[in-house]
Design a protein around this ligand. Structure first.
Ligand code: ZN
Length: 134
């Protein structure tokens, strides 16, 4: 359980879908990173990148690249941070392919990338997608 987290573990519906489009609804335990936290982090990264980039103007040779390169990198990093919606700790639900209850452990970061898992019973690849937007 993440530090500072006191509420009971929140669960929300996730869709499990096979490559052929057969879907079922599973229950996922998800720790969400709030939109405000994500934007605050992204802004902090951008400001940090601009300040560090500006600071390199006085360094010989480095000043040809770093004053604009570091802010650009920080913008890319900030855009990536905005896509990190939280962490998927566990998912459990009926496999849409074989109907057996399948449980999956920690799936890591919830971002815009699809999460693929294999059903432990029939080995069917399943894509899990949150049903709740933010
Ligand atoms: Zn299955």
């Amino acid at each position: 359980m993440p530090q500072g987290y006191t509420d009971p573990m929140p669960s929300e519906p996730f869709e499990l879908k096979t490559r052929r489009g057969v879907a079922s609804v599973a229950t996922a335990e998800v720790v969400r990173t709030s939109r405000g936290t994500r934007y605050a982090r992204a802004v902090a990264i951008c400001v940090g990148g601009i300040l560090i980039g500006a600071g390199t103007i006085i360094i010989p040779l480095v000043h040809f690249v770093a004053p604009w390169g570091i802010p650009l990198l920080s913008f890319a990093l900030a855009a990536y941070v905005l896509t990190l919606r939280g962490r998927v700790l566990a998912v459990e639900g009926p496999c849409p392919a074989c109907g057996e209850t399948a449980s999956f452990g920690d799936q890591g970061t919830l971002s815009n990338d699809p999460i693929w898992v294999l059903c432990p019973h029939c080995k069917e690849p399943l894509q899990m997608t949150p049903q709740v937007g933010d």
